[in-house]
Design a protein around this ligand. Sequence first.
Ligand code: HEC
Ligand code: HEC
Ligand code: HEC
Ligand code: HEC
Length: 223
Amino acid sequence: MLGTRFGFTAVAFFAALCFSAGLLGVPAASSDQAFDGHRTVGVRKCATCHKKKTLGNQLAAWRAAPHARAFETLSNAESRALAEAAGLSLPPNQAPECLRCHQTGFGLPEAAFAYEIDPADGVQCESCHGPGRDYRKKKIMSDPKKAHAKGLFDSDDPAICTACHNAESPTFDPDRFLLADGTRSAFDFEVAKKSIAHPIPEATKGHYLEIEKKLKAQGKKVE
Ligand code: HEC
Ligand code: HEC
Ligand code: HEC
Ligand code: HEC
C-alpha cells in the first residue's frame, strides 16, 4: 500500500497528494533537468557499486555529509521551533512544507519509484544525479553519453542545488558561504561542491570495466 510504503500517516499522505497536485501552492523541489519518466531507485541500489573502494566509495562520503541526515534533522528541536514559527499543523518530519527539500522524491506519485525508498535516507544520490532506473547498469554508467541520454543529470549545473538551496528554506542565510576572496554569498556552487566531494579515483575514472575484466581473468572481484 502506498501509505505504508512511504511511511506516511494517512493525513500526511493526503497532504502529499494535494501537494503533488499543487493544491498547497508549494512547488516540488527539482532542477530544470528533465525527469523524462525515468524512475527513482534509491541510494541502496546505487550503493551496490558505489560502496566499492575502486569506484571511490561515494556511499561513505554521502553518509558523512549533511544530505544523508536531512530527514533526521526534521526531528530536532530547531526544526520543531521552525515549524511552530511557520504555523504548520503537522510535525516537521511529516510536513510537506519541510519534506519537499529534506527527502528525495517527496510528493511524487508511486509510479515515479522503481523500488521502495526509505524517507530516513533524506536527500539521496538521485536528487542530484537524476532518477537512476535506466542509467544504473555499469555498461551505461561507463559511457557518460549513454548515461546522460538515460537520465543522468549534468553535474555541472548549479540549478540542481538551488532547487533546494534557496530563500524558501527557513534557515536560508544570505551570508552562509565564505568565498576564497573573503566575501560571502547565500550559495556558492564551487565551495559547496568541494565540501561534499565524492570523486571516482583518478586511476579508475573511465577504466572501471577494464579493471573489472582484468581482475575477473585472475579469478578476483572488484573491491
Ligand atoms: C552496476 C553498478 C553501478 C550502479 C548500480 C550504479 N553505478 Fe554509477 N557508475 C558505475 C560505474 C562502473 C561508473 C563509471 C566508472 C568509470 O569511470 O569507469 C559509474 C559512474 C557514475 C557517475 C559518474 C558519471 C560521469 O559523469 O562520468 C555518477 C554520477 C554515478 N555513477 C552515479 C550513480 C547513481 C546516482 C547511481 C544510483 C542511481 C548509480 N551510479 C548506480 C557503476 C554503477
Ligand atoms: C526550499 C527548500 C527547503 C525547505 C522548504 C525547507 N528546508 Fe530546511 N534546509 C534546506 C537547506 C538547503 C538547508 C541547508 C542550509 C540552508 O541553506 O538553509 C536546510 C537546513 C535545515 C536545518 C539545519 C539548519 C542549519 O543551519 O544547518 C534545519 C533545522 C531545517 N532545514 C529545518 C527545516 C524545517 C523545519 C522546514 C519546514 C518548516 C524546512 N527546513 C524546510 C532546504 C529547505
Ligand atoms: C547534494 C548533491 C549530491 C548528492 C546527494 C550526491 N552527489 Fe554525487 N556528485 C554531485 C556533484 C555536484 C558531483 C560533481 C562534482 C564535480 O564535478 O566536481 C558529483 C559527482 C559524483 C560522481 C562522479 C565523480 C567523478 O569523479 O566523476 C559519482 C560517481 C557520484 N557523484 C555518485 C554519487 C552517489 C552514488 C551518491 C549517493 C550515495 C551521490 N553521488 C550523492 C552531487 C551529489
Ligand atoms: C533535494 C534538496 C537538495 C538538493 C537538490 C541539494 N541540497 Fe544541499 N542540502 C539540503 C538540505 C536539506 C541540507 C541540510 C541537511 C541537514 O543539515 O540536515 C543541505 C545541506 C548542504 C550543505 C551543508 C550546508 C551548511 O551550511 O551546513 C552543503 C555544502 C550542500 N547541501 C551542498 C549541496 C550541493 C553542492 C548541491 C548540488 C550539487 C546540493 N546541496 C543540492 C538539500 C538539498
